[in-house]
Ligand binder design. Structure first.
Ligand code: AMP
Length: 548
């Protein structure tokens, strides 16, 4: 019989990260640019105390283990306190993307059966509109202090977050429970149909937080000052709120102030050394810095992911500003980190051009994730840098099932079950560098945000003049991809480009409306009658969008 280890096996709980940060880095700052406009200074000790008060307040409102606490919020200290206060007390933090169309937010909140909704003042008009449709929400909490509460609101019994916390002692011991308990939920619309929830566990979150901080991953240390530009409603800000607690570093949270000038002032004023975000957010910052002939004095390193990082952006950050760019790939379903592009020792001797080409790839997996590329029959393909196949992953922080879906999304590789199909198509070279070459899932990713092609097609099909509609991603220099609507009109029907685009107004979020329409006589189909998106994408490969 196997000999068992004689080691302690405390569960890996998110509350332990906060307790560690409080005890060992209590005075280290948490700085927030708030919706109210002020620059708020706190620290890990204060955040830990307020997180315990939040846990007490949620319990007083009747929340029970497993209940979902939803947020519609920017990056800020109150959001961080909800992260830790809810997960730490066995509740589930459900971060909702406020950029979605109100109907989608309602659908997601009802699917998750959220019990309490906490939101920033920015979203008060939105929440007032949708509140009657949120069937399960019992309490609405505005994330502000008493002086900033509105005199009146369409929401009855609107609660004030700071008041709720101030009414509690903070004298609270984090409960111990199974590390596989759900800690947070994030919905993704990165697949077809309705959005689906990825449910993270305490164990997966803690392990991901550890791994993300490693030198060949995000390389976080207690001496860093981290500013996550990536929103806390996008896969838990890529785990940075947890990694920051593990290493005990300073966090700078930019709130809604994401324009180039505000970010630059925050980077300089707070001595930010490391940041992370999707490619689009760097455009505004780079434009501002270049236009004003400025330099960064402390900013040294950034992780760029969520969409392919344009090589020109990578070069500019490296060469003009001396900032190391770490290109990363991951997914909501992967917590999100999968691969990061860092050179191996041997590659440090390669010519600069070759190194650059490697850094532009999506990179190598970190321990905790395994990957493979497979053909349509599930056979693994060689790692030769040439063979492109469906990218599948498995690991400690990869989902095994979606929330509220009984069926397993997993597939087999060479007959071995248990792999998650990413919907990305990639090559992997002999050194393990993965490069995304295409996407098999039928969605558009614009500025790091998903747009469902099916939603757009359904709207077009509802127009009386449309016989058939297909939406594909067209290249865009700023947003990476933008939707292009391809339409076959009904015989004798008349509709103009402008009329059809106007038809989308009010039916979908403004930023999701197609950029352009191509009228064609025929859309290519497969033998089974499905639209051949691949062929359509090839056909419109060189399509220049008017907005480009
Ligand atoms: P999300 O779940 O919103 O994080 O989206 C995950 C998807 O975004 C991946 O499956 C890819 O299709 C895409 N993606 C993420 N990072 C990258 C990257 N570095 N390069 C290309 N595509 C990426």
């Amino acid at each position: 019989m196997a000999l068992m280890g004689r080691m302690m096996s405390d569960p890996l709980l998110i509350s332990s990260l906060l307790t560690h940060a409080e005890r060992h880095s209590g005075e280290t700052e948490i700085v927030s640019k708030r919706v109210e406009g002020d620059l708020h200074r706190s620290n890990w000790r204060e955040v830990a105390r307020r997180s315990r008060q939040a846990a007490q307040a949620f319990a007083r409102l009747g929340a029970e283990p497993g209940d979902r606490i939803a947020t519609l919020a920017w990056n800020g200290h109150r959001h961080l306190e909800i992260y830790y206060g809810s997960s730490g007390s066995a509740l589930v933090c459900h971060t909702i993307n406020p950029r979605l169309f109100p109907e989608q937010i309602v659908w997601i909140a009802n699917d998750a059966a959220d019990r309490i909704l906490c939101f920033d003042a920015t979203f008060l008009p939105l929440v007032e509109k949708i509140a009657p449709l949120l069937k399960t929400v019992q309490h609405f909490v505005l994330m502000t202090s008493r002086p900033h509460m509105p005199a009146s609101s369409a929401i009855p019994n609107l609660l004030c977050f700071d008041d709720l916390l101030d009414a509690e002692t903070g004298d609270y011991a984090w409960p111990q429970f199974d590390e596989n308990t759900a800690s947070s939920i994030c919905y993704t619309s990165g697949t077809t149909g309705h959005p689906k929830g990825a449910v993270y566990s305490h164990r997966s979150t803690v392990l991901h937080g550890y791994a993300a901080a490693l030198p060949d991953a995000m390389d976080c240390s207690g001496r860093d000052v981290i500013l996550p530009v990536v929103p806390m409603f996008h896969v838990n800000a890529w785990g940075l709120p947890y990694s920051a607690a593990i290493v005990g570093c300073k966090l700078v949270l930019p709130g809604p102030h994401l324009d180039g000038k505000s970010l630059y002032e925050l980077f300089e004023g707070e001595k930010v050394s490391f940041s992370a975000g999707v490619p689009t957010v760097w455009l505004g910052l780079l434009n501002y810095v270049k236009a004003n002939n400025l330099k960064f004095s402390t900013f040294k390193r950034t992780v760029i992911g969520g969409s392919a990082c344009p090589p020109a952006m990578m070069k500019s950050l490296q060469q003009d500003f001396g900032i190391e760019v770490i290109h990363a790939w991951g997914m909501t379903e992967m917590s999100p980190l999968g691969t990061l592009s860092k050179l191996t020792t041997r590659q440090l001797d390669l010519p600069a051009e070759q190194q650059q080409r490697l850094l532009e790839k999506q990179g190598r997996v970190i321990y905790g994730v395994d990957m493979a590329i497979i053909d349509d029959e599930g056979r693994s393909l060689p790692w030769d840098g040439q063979s492109a196949g469906n990218l599948v992953v498995r690991g400690h922080w990869v989902i095994s099932q979606y929330f509220n879906h009984d069926e397993s999304p997993l597939v087999s590789v060479d007959g071995q079950p248990g792999w998650f199909p990413t919907g990305d198509v990639a090559t992997i070279d002999a050194d393990g560098f993965m490069q995304i070459t295409d996407r098999s899932k039928d969605v558009i990713k614009s500025g790091g945000e998903w747009i469902s092609s099916i939603d757009l097609e359904n709207i077009a099909m509802a127009h009386p003049a449309v016989h058939e509609a297909a939406v594909i991603a067209a290249r865009h220099p700023k947003w990476d991809e933008r939707p292009l609507l391809v339409v076959v009109k009904k015989p004798d029907a008349a509709v103009t480009r402008e009329e059809l685009l106007a038809f989308y107004e009010g039916r979908i979020a403004k930023w999701q409306i197609p950029d352009d329409i191509a009228f064609v006589t025929e859309i290519p189909h497969t033998a089974t009658g499905k639209v051949q998106k691949l062929k359509l994408r090839e056909q419109f490969l060189n399509h220049v969008l008017p907005s480009a």
